[in-house]
Design a protein around this ligand. Structure first.
Ligand SMILES: *[C@@H]1O[C@H](CO)[C@@H](O)[C@H](O)[C@H]1NC(C)=O
Ligand SMILES: *[C@@H]1O[C@H](CO)[C@@H](O)[C@H](O)[C@H]1NC(C)=O
Ligand SMILES: *[C@@H]1O[C@H](CO)[C@@H](O)[C@H](O)[C@H]1NC(C)=O
Length: 395
């Protein structure tokens, strides 16, 4: 347990750290927007054999032909669920796209989104992943199901080396920590507490911006509803860098690196993924589906009451994206951890990266190792064993 004294020391250190890093600027690495938005992505082209949703993630050709992925008259990228009739025993079409580029430590992704899919059975996500799961890590930036009103952030990592979220969370984390074990089925989760982060509320506020800092010092995720987007982001263009993070405020999720989680060993370069699925292991799981959507139709079953039918219930099931941009920290060093993926785990051949940590660009936090001691770690493990059991069915 931490004393109040050590807590305030940590808070002071965090404050000093965030203040000292504000001057840093980031170079534009990639802009996905306008008519070229879809140029450098792979389309999955197969039914959802990953989260077992009742959909086909169609090829680029089919997505274009059926207008499931296109750039609209406002210059925004649209990714949507097919709204044509589907008969029983067939799946509904939608898209899953993965960026061809991979982004290393020292990256900030900023996504300006005007509209997000929502509704019973709908499961949208914007996330990043390495080649091999879970060995190369996954960062879930936006994820929600059914009529949920709060975004759920998560990291997923291999269990060796272990990665857990610090408990208590860093003083500057705005969201609420849930599961702490990043290799449990649900990952280590943080729930957004600010309003309008997903769903109908997000859309009626005009959307908003999500930013993710993927750094050797930690992973930090921010959300701003449209009226609250900081000037440093509003003033960027499709060709400019990011001049400052000084006006970003505290992140929703702050996962500092430390002895509890070595970011460079648990995460390899990441591709960006945008998906929509329907039902499946999370949205369609009766434990989560029934309380919100069980009255949606005669059967109470996600597939039967939603996916099957004329499709008009999916009129709101679309992403409309102004841009996704990647910025790079000019001072970052590439992640040189060598991975040998095996069926049972990953062998990393480089020692912990704490020795090679650069100044980084984080406004998020410093190393969280100082906030964890053995007593609280064993509590984390006991807690996660319980929560892990409860959530095992989720993903
Ligand atoms: C999903 O389908 C693709 C395409 O056939 C295949 O390459 C991949 O191994 C499958 N994944 C799983 C988890 O079954
Ligand atoms: C693409 O569309 C064709 C023609 O409708 C269909 O036969 C094929 O199964 C579709 N492929 C995918 C991956 O959806
Ligand atoms: C985290 O979860 C994984 C997968 O269930 C498990 O192997 C590991 O022991 C857990 N770690 C801790 C610290 O509880």
């Amino acid at each position: 347990m931490l004393s109040l004294g050590s807590l305030s020391t940590v808070a002071l250190l965090l404050h000093a750290y965030t203040t000292s890093c504000h001057a840093q600027s980031f170079n534009l690495a990639k802009d996905y927007s306008g008519s070229s938005f879809f140029d450098e992505w792979d389309f999955y082209g197969h039914w959802d054999n990953l989260t077992l949703g009742d959909i086909n993630w169609v090829t680029r050709e089919n997505a274009t032909a059926k207008q499931l992925a296109y750039v609209n008259d406002a210059g925004r990228a649209v990714l949507r669920v097919d709204t044509n009739p589907v008969v029983w025993n067939e799946k509904r079409d939608t898209v899953r796209i993965t960026s061809q580029r991979e982004y290393d430590l020292g990256t900030i992704w900023v996504a300006d989104i005007a509209h997000m899919p929502f509704g019973c059975s709908v499961w949208p996500a914007l996330w990043t992943k390495g080649h091999t799961w879970p060995d190369d890590g996954e960062i879930d930036i936006i994820e929600g199901i059914n009529l949920n009103q709060n975004n759920q952030i998560a990291l997923h990592t291999h269990w060796d080396p272990p990665c857990t979220h610090v408990d208590p969370p860093p003083a500057n984390q705005r969201g609420t920590s849930g599961n702490l074990n990043c290799s449990s089925a649900a990952g280590c989760t943080v729930l957004e507490t600010a309003p309008n982060s997903i769903g109908a509320g997000f859309n009626s506020a005009g959307g908003g911006v999500y930013a993710t800092q993927y750094d050797v010092t930690g992973i930090y995720i921010w959300f701003w509803s449209r009226p609250n987007i900081p000037q440093s982001i509003l003033s960027t263009t499709s060709t400019s860098g990011l001049s400052s993070l000084a006006d970003w405020g505290p992140p929703t999720a702050a996962y500092p690196a430390g002895t509890h989680c070595d970011i460079a060993r648990s995460f390899s370069p990441q591709s960006i993924v945008v998906t929509i699925t329907l039902c499946g292991q999370w949205a369609g799981n009766p434990e989560f589906y029934t309380p919100q959507c069980g009255g949606q139709g005669p059967t109470g079953i996600c597939y039967d009451d939603n996916v099957v039918g004329d499709g008009s219930n999916y009129n709101e099931a679309y992403f409309e994206i102004n841009y996704i941009r990647a910025y790079s920290d000019p001072n970052a060093t590439p992640n040189t951890v060598t991975r040998t993926s095996t069926s049972t785990g990953t062998t990393t051949t480089r020692p912990s990266t704490t020795a090679t940590t650069t100044a980084g660009g984080s406004t998020g936090g410093g190393t969280g190792a100082a906030t964890t001691n053995l007593a609280s770690l064993s509590l984390i493990w006991m807690g996660t064993a319980l929560i892990g059991g409860l959530l095992a069915a989720v993903l």
